[in-house]
Structure formats: C-alpha cells, structure tokens
Design a protein around this ligand. Sequence first.
Ligand code: FES
Length: 73
Amino acid sequence: MIVCSCNVLSDQDVRTACQAEARPRSTGQVYGCLGCSAQCGRCARTIRKIMDEALDAAEAATACNGCAVHPKP
Ligand code: FES
C-alpha cells in the first residue's frame, strides 16, 4: 500500500528501511534511507506508526527469551 504519495513509498518500503543495520530513529531518516525527503508531510504520522511497529518487532526478535530482566509474559 502506498503510504507516501509524494515520494511513492509503500508500507513495505518503510519496513525495509527499518530493517537496515543502522535503524532510522526519525521519519526524516526513513526518507533519507529511501533516497528522498519529506515533501508535503501528510504521511509523517503513518510512517512513524509503521516505524514504531517495525522497530518493536525487531526489538522483540532480538530480545532474550525469559531472563531475570526480561521475564516471559
Ligand atoms: S505524502 Fe509523503 S511527503 Fe507528501
């Protein structure tokens, strides 16, 4: 699904950018990773939401599996 019509970025493009080794921490860094920059800015909230989901998933995937600091739910 296209989430940024100005730059024709899809939700998958944003997820892919979030999987880069140097994970983007801002929407501006996501645009930069994808070789563009914000134009109208209407997509910023959507991109932020996708980023948060992707980064949470990446963090969960690398978390330990039930130590004293990170007990299993
Ligand atoms: S819709 Fe993304 S910058 Fe305009």
